[in-house]
Design a binder for this molecule. Structure first.
Ligand code: PHB
Length: 396
């Protein structure tokens, strides 16, 4: 020990520093070569199953268009079927984050499940991209630097609908929806725009999610005789509601409107019952741009399916992640760098280019659409460059 003098000590210290520096360099290089771990927490069963599949397809299409890599790094997927079941959400999110150690969590569709994910990603600081769920709070009162959304808030597509009804002289409306976050927030958004324009709500009718026995609600609507019916339904339940509305003899008597989820991805299942329905949404099949046409063609070729709004949102989630990774040269551990680039990203989306609001939600055009055959044709713009008010978000 005594023979280990000061000079030796300094020498060994320098050697140690040099070797640990090379360890650091090596592990950084290794980290930049390792696959990026992407968690997909989506519904693959139940009424929203098709929505989950479309989101994953969209994401994978964007990835394959970039040769299967973002910023030179391959992607490894870890998937969980969240079943649109809010009570299982924290456990499912934790499984991806703690067990699978994902670098980024992409999910989900259902606003109730989303609230559970938010709790976990706010605690862990995990980078998070929401490819559908509209829960207003995600980019409102619960907004956070690590939470981004490539879809919409529940308020966003419903708010401009009120003004459109009033332009048609439809002065009284009934709103019908499932009783959970998305339905309630869509109703609130519609009501805000409708009452501002002078419309009168006659009644708010709810049924539990994901019930599809609509007889009692349709009977009540027939007896209330409002000028219009507005609704929030999506997926399998939306297709059933459209069919039942027509079968009850209400189609052609009381016009039916809704946020465009009503008619997106369901037109194969509705037949003629959907013909002529008008809705508002941030996407339309008939957006006739080079960008959208190329996307639709590539999607149809790859998956033998027509794309819908969910596919676009999944596609854009991948574009957003790619924008972040390009900026940090694939080093996803550089979270501040990722966040800065994702905040500044201009997403060249099939829906039209969009940017992030300060609360991390798209600022986007809301289209007016009409069902013609198997297509949601765009007939106008209900509201240009609409930003969610992001009530309660402290990042504003
Ligand atoms: C939601 O729960 O936020 C939700 C689900 C399906 C949609 C839209 C919103 O199509």
């Amino acid at each position: 020990m005594n023979r280990f003098n000061r000079r030796d000590f300094l020498k060994s210290g320098a050697a140690l520093a040099a070797s640990s520096a090379s360890v650091v360099t090596a592990s950084l290089a290794q980290a930049q070569q390792a696959k990026i771990r992407v968690g997909l927490m989506l519904p693959y069963t139940g009424t929203y199953a098709q929505l989950g599949v479309a989101i994953e397809n969209g994401f994978r299409l964007a990835l394959s268009e970039r040769g299967g890599k973002f910023a030179g790094r391959e992607i490894e997927f870890f998937k969980v079927d969240d079943e649109s079941e809010p009570s299982k959400a924290p456990e499912n999110a934790n499984r991806l984050i703690l067990r699978d150690k994902v670098d980024v969590l992409v999910g989900t569709v259902h606003s109730g499940v989303q609230m559970g994910i938010l709790k976990v990603v706010r605690e862990t600081g995990t980078l998070h991209i929401i490819p559908n769920a509209g829960a207003d709070d995600a980019t409102g009162a619960l907004c956070a630097p690590n939470i981004f959304r490539t879809s919409f808030t529940n308020w966003q597509p419903s708010y401009p609908l009120g003004k459109i009804l009033m332009e048609r002289g439809l002065k009284s409306a009934v709103f019908v929806t499932w009783k959970y976050g998305a339905g309630e927030e869509a109703l609130r958004g519609f009501k805000e725009g409708y009452s501002k324009a002078g419309g009168k709500m006659v009644k708010e009718i709810f049924l539990p999610f994901p019930n599809v026995e609509f007889q009692a609600q349709l009977t009540e609507i027939a007896s209330l005789k409002p000028d219009a019916v507005v609704c929030f339904f999506a997926g399998g339940g939306a297709a059933k509601f459209i069919r039942d509305y027509a079968a009850a003899g209400l189609k052609g008597k009381i016009p039916l409107f809704g946020a465009g989820f009503l008619t997106d991805g369901v037109l194969d299942a509705t037949g003629d019952a959907a013909e002529g329905l008008e809705t508002t949404l941030h996407y339309g099949d008939g957006i006739d741009t080079k960008r959208n046409n190329a996307f639709r063609l590539a999607y149809a070729k790859t998956f033998k399916l027509q794309p819908d709004v969910y596919a676009v949102q999944g596609y854009d989630a991948a574009l957003l992640l790619a924008a972040g990774l390009d900026a940090v040269k694939g080093n996803i551990a550089d979270k501040p760098g990722m966040i800065k680039a994702m905040e500044a990203a201009k997403i060249d989306s099939p829906r039209g280019a969009w940017t992030m609001s300060k609360a991390h939600n798209p600022i986007q055009d809301i289209y007016l659409r009409k069902v013609v055959g198997k297509e949601n044709k765009v007939t106008g713009i209900a509201q240009k460059a609409l930003a969610d008010p992001a009530r309660g978000c402290k990042m504003l």
